[in-house]
Ligand binder design. Structure first.
Ligand SMILES: C[S@@+](CC[C@H](N)C(=O)[O-])C[C@H]1O[C@@H](n2cnc3c(N)ncnc32)[C@H](O)[C@@H]1O
Length: 223
């Protein structure tokens, strides 16, 4: 990571650290809308899902429910304070066989092995990733073949961008790409069949990690 990118991560970390204690009271996330957005990914019981930029954990309850009884959720965030809020709320519910793990890390260096996740979701976090292509490549790395990346917001692209510009400071320039540019970014990270919806009440982008084609075999070894 270059010094400029490192500085940017530090600024964002400080910004979200100071926002963490009041985040739940100010964010007004609608659980029904979150569930209707997650439905695009068709999450199944037993799956392993990574929540990138989990914040205080707004996605944890629906993800645990959708992956029950034995799926796993990785909650990853750059901000220690955001992750601490998340951990405080959800770690006690986990019992002796935890179904959620908390990862303090930037999306640019996800501390997971390759090809372990069925899906990766970024809810209200993607605009903050400084190098979006590298972030998507890293998300694609941890996906199993046939897995998906879902980038989503509970409002339109124009509204997300207006809000960030209005807040100013370190998030002023954190913008969501237009649908066409988002599809190109997903493709550049090696993901296929990108689909992007930019509506008044949601922004949803979905793409998949290609599965090896059926019947395609390794070249025969020369004798
Ligand atoms: C706007 S908050 C959204 C949190 C949560 N998903 C929600 O909807 O309430 C964005 C979150 O992304 C995290 N974040 C920003 N840049 C990140 C990065 N490069 N790597 C990991 N997390 C990051 C922030 O720390 C913050 O918790």
């Amino acid at each position: 990571m270059n010094p400029e990118a490192r500085r940017r991560l530090k600024d964002l970390q400080a910004y979200f650290d100071q926002a963490a204690s009041s985040w739940d009271a100010s964010a007004h996330t609608d659980p029904a809308q979150v569930r209707s957005i997650l439905a695009y990914a068709r999450i199944e019981p037993g799956q392993c899902i990574l929540d990138v930029g989990c914040g205080t954990g707004v996605l944890i309850p629906p993800l645990l429910e959708l992956t029950a009884p034995d799926g796993h959720v990785y909650a990853l965030d750059l901000s220690p304070q955001m992750l601490e809020q998340c951990r405080r709320k959800y770690a006690p519910q986990c019992g002796p066989q935890p179904r959620v793990s908390f990862l303090l890390a930037p999306v640019e260096a996800i501390p997971l092995a390759s090809a372990v996740c069925h899906g990766v979701v970024c809810y209200s976090s993607f605009p903050h990733f400084a190098d979006k292509k590298s972030a998507l490549e890293e998300m694609a790395r941890v996906l199993r073949p046939g897995g998906w990346v879902l980038v989503a917001h509970g409002t339109s692209r124009a509204e997300v961008n207006r809000i960030h510009q209005q807040i100013g400071g370190p998030v002023a320039g954190d913008l969501l790409p237009e649908a066409e540019d988002m599809a190109a970014l997903l493709g550049a990270a090696g993901l296929v069949d990108p689909w992007v919806l930019d509506a008044e009440d949601r922004y949803v982008a979905l793409a998949w990690k290609e599965e090896p084609r059926a019947g395609k075999t390794q070249p025969a070894t020369k004798r």
